[in-house]
Design a protein around this ligand. Structure first.
Ligand code: BTN
Length: 250
């Protein structure tokens, strides 16, 4: 069943909300809304997303009634911009943990994992005007009841409900998620945000392969910088700094 718009607006009041039963991409609508002057914390929510955007130019398709698809409009300072992606991952982590799921972690940089399988994706998009940061749209897609069995993602992705073993309402998840977004937003720029994100990374200490846009880096995922970059120690002992890429263990 689709989300109920009235219930959504009531539960999220006084936060400005735009809801769509079907949308191309919640991020695109939120980016446009931000350019028109949306208030901080405004959200775009959709039941079905048909042109969803994933990291590294990928497609993020979401069938109706199966996921939490939301974009939040935020206005961080440039200095705190790199913490936006950490903030999103932390908020989803907290929301999932609060449901009582035990095996939760963050795969660098921002994939929340349940039992080693990806439950959510995050796509932050910043808007610059005349060289100044206008704001950021923090797009989040959380698998609630997408059935990945017999698909090519069966051993990569998971939904909340099968992990939990019971039904959970997307509206409740959204209210909870936004509370965590607000709470981490209050701490943006702080050491606690970075330190908590770092402590929840399941990637550190593992041998990894990272595909960046122009090269492949293999080695030991040693640590992360305060800007979120991953430091990989290669077999020749050199340290390579990676800011974005697809990561695999081994
Ligand atoms: C990833 O590739 O891991 C990131 C996926 C991000 C998907 C979300 S769904 C809501 C928002 N709108 C989009 O078009 N993308 C993000």
């Amino acid at each position: 069943m689709a989300l109920n718009e009235k219930q959504l607006v009531d539960r999220l009041y006084p936060r400005p909300v735009r809801y769509f039963t079907q949308i191309g991409s919640t991020n695109d609508v939120a980016l446009e809304w931000m350019r028109q002057g949306a208030a901080s914390g405004s959200v775009v929510v959709a039941d079905e997303q048909v042109k969803g955007k994933g990291r590294l130019g990928r497609v993020w398709h979401t069938p109706p009634g199966t996921a939490l698809i939301v974009s939040v409009i935020l206005y961080p300072s440039v200095t705190n911009l790199s913490q936006i992606t950490m903030l999103g991952a932390l908020a989803i982590y907290d929301m999932v943990k609060q449901l009582g799921i035990a095996q939760v972690g963050i795969k660098w940089p921002n994939d929340v994992m349940l039992n080693g399988l990806k439950v959510s994706g995050i796509l932050p998009e910043a808007v610059w005007e005349n060289g100044k940061l206008l704001g950021v749209v923090l797009g989040m897609g959380i698998n609630v009841r997408i059935d990945f069995s017999n698909t090519e993602l069966a051993n990569k992705a998971i939904s909340i409900e099968p992990a939990l073993g019971r039904r959970t309402e997307r509206i409740d998840l959204l209210v909870n998620l936004l509370e965590h977004i607000d709470s981490w937003s209050d701490r943006i720029g702080s050491d606690i945000l970075f330190d908590t994100w770092k402590s929840r990374l399941i990637t550190l200490g593992q041998n990894v392969h990272v595909n960046t846009s122009d090269k492949e880096v293999a080695g030991l995922a040693q640590t992360v910088n305060s800007d979120g970059a991953l430091l990989i120690q290669k077999s020749d002992g050199q340290i390579e700094r990676v800011i974005a890429g697809d990561i695999a263990l081994g």
